[in-house]
Write a new protein. Structure first.
Length: 90
């Protein structure tokens, strides 16, 4: 539902895109923190939530650990989101 709401928001703001990016088993960042990825600094895209099973971590702080199978809800430009995918290895 969170991703759907952000998708609706992205329709209202040209150039803004929402995506869900799963942490794959071979990700260099599985077992590390969100801050370790430097995703926002490197891409300009924001991770607005981490979905872990039935748990949603909204506005995750940099110290949030990333686990295999976690789904990042990301907002940014197409290029920014592609950058986050590359960083986490998705």
């Amino acid at each position: 539902r969170i991703a759907e709401r952000f998708a609706d928001l992205s329709k209202e703001i040209p150039g803004l895109v929402a995506a869900q990016i799963a942490i794959p088993p071979d990700s260099l960042y599985a077992g590390h923190t969100l801050g370790d990825t430097r995703a926002r600094t490197l891409t300009g895209a924001s991770v607005v939530a981490v979905v872990r099973g039935e748990t949603i971590i909204a506005s995750p702080p940099p110290e949030t650990p990333l686990n295999v199978g976690d789904v990042l809800v990301v907002i940014g430009t197409e290029a920014g989101i592609s950058g986050v995918r590359r960083i986490v290895g998705a």
